[in-house]
Design a protein around this ligand. Sequence first.
Ligand SMILES: *[C@@H]1O[C@H](CO)[C@@H](O)[C@H](O)[C@H]1NC(C)=O
Ligand SMILES: *[C@@H]1O[C@H](CO)[C@@H](O)[C@H](O)[C@H]1NC(C)=O
Ligand SMILES: *[C@@H]1O[C@H](CO)[C@@H](O)[C@H](O)[C@H]1NC(C)=O
Ligand SMILES: *[C@@H]1O[C@H](CO)[C@@H](O)[C@H](O)[C@H]1NC(C)=O
Length: 475
Amino acid sequence: MVGALFLLPLMLSTFVIHHLSVANGVSIYGEKTVLSLHKFQWKQHSGIPNCSSQKSRRENGATILEMKHRDYCSGPVVDWNEKLQKRLISDEIRVRSFESRIKNSVYSGIEDQIPLTSGIKLQTLNYIVTVELGGMNMTVIVDTGSDLTWVQCQPCKLCYNQQNPLFNPSKSPSYKSVSCDSPTCQSLQFATGNSGICSGNSPPICNYFVSYGDSSYTRGDLSRDRLILGTTSVDDFVFGCGRNNRGLFGATSGLMGLGRSDLSLVSQTNSLFGGVFSYCLPSTDDLASGSLILGGDSSVYKNSSPISYTRMIPNPQLSIFYLANLTGISIGGVKLPDLGNNGNGILVDSGTVITRLLPSVYRAVKDEFVKQFSGFPLVQGFSILDTCFNLTGYEEVNIPTLRLHFEGDAELNVDVTGIFYFVKTDASQVCLALASLSYEDEIAIIGNYQQRNIRVVYDTKESKLGFAKETCSFM
Ligand SMILES: *[C@@H]1O[C@H](CO)[C@@H](O)[C@H](O)[C@H]1NC(C)=O
Ligand SMILES: *[C@@H]1O[C@H](CO)[C@@H](O)[C@H](O)[C@H]1NC(C)=O
Ligand SMILES: *[C@@H]1O[C@H](CO)[C@@H](O)[C@H](O)[C@H]1NC(C)=O
Ligand SMILES: *[C@@H]1O[C@H](CO)[C@@H](O)[C@H](O)[C@H]1NC(C)=O
């Protein structure tokens, strides 16, 4: 299969320039960053990608897994414009599913069949890693928004097409099924929203079911086997052996759940990695690599700015998710005054693409951005994005910087590749890559587009989240 290459070489010139403009005798300090458009390309990759070839290594007690965009595993892109646009539409479905979990949400009537604690709309889950399970290589999608790790499993009743061979329990001497009366089976309720179901003979084994809200699901036996992450071995790792799976999981073998409940990979490897993981998402969808690092030794990070930490804030309605307290936003170095804050916190998610802000906050950001990015023709919006420009014909543009501030003086400086979303490949519709929620009481979300080239640290032990600048690569 010929894979797709989405070449977005915007990282070429990412230095920040400062310029001083004088209007009516008042000095306005506008902090800008250079976005190169002239080498903007949308190409097909000619090589044959191998889904199971993501690398890994161990360094100073941390395990480092190579992370790639999952387009690497899927077929060639026929129409880039269509692909870019579809991604935005499915992103909105994931967000609605999150919102439906908050009490009194307008969406809760529509989608209240969605379990409280499962990942949503997998089409938008973009990043993959390769691990070894029961002696077989498995390439799985990484999701911080769900808990149970699972793979498609033989014998399979219903399986979607995947690139690598299916997991085969009978070939693994270390495979065990989980019994129905075990506490592990009972923890399914909290981790997946559905309790375990007993089936089979003596002793009855535990069956799991996870529904992802977009008619994707996985169903099968709750099992244990040896998981190898890089060179680190995790014996008796609990996972789902999926015998009935449907959905948009690309050509991958399944999913890795990095949420907060007992069944997540983070909890199960707590004694090995201390409940700390981090990732760096590459800025392109092509062969570029990022990394998923398990373990908290920050000496293995390649960050070029200090890690800026903020407290994880609790929200009983969203207990498996990672939330922070967003306290401010700066556009071009101008800090917006008194942002609205509904007390819900902002969800940091690896699966949502575009950051969602409360309507009042989005309006303030938009107004300031348009004010500072003046002189470029505004064009109509697309889907969730409503601040769009026609940049056809420009080689490069100076765009205002975007910085998120968090409780405890922490900051996330959005990389230049995370500020604009290209709806059209000819740059005739390039949009500010932020969107508004519909209501002030919804939950704001930091999407993966704004996390590119950032080391994002999840420390569940000290209950904190960290952000640092890093040019993502596996090496
Ligand atoms: C991918 O790589 C793995 C290990 O490197 C190899 O076993 C497998 O045959 C390769 N698959 C394809 C489709 O080339
Ligand atoms: C799994 O992948 C690694 C790296 O590509 C390779 O070295 C190893 O031989 C593979 N293992 C199996 C069992 O295919
Ligand atoms: C967020 O931080 C602000 C400023 O420090 C504080 O006033 C507010 O109570 C915090 N919100 C939450 C939900 O903790
Ligand atoms: C964008 O700008 C170019 C160059 O100025 C122009 O030719 C083109 O018609 C514009 N496209 C749209 C959609 O406005």
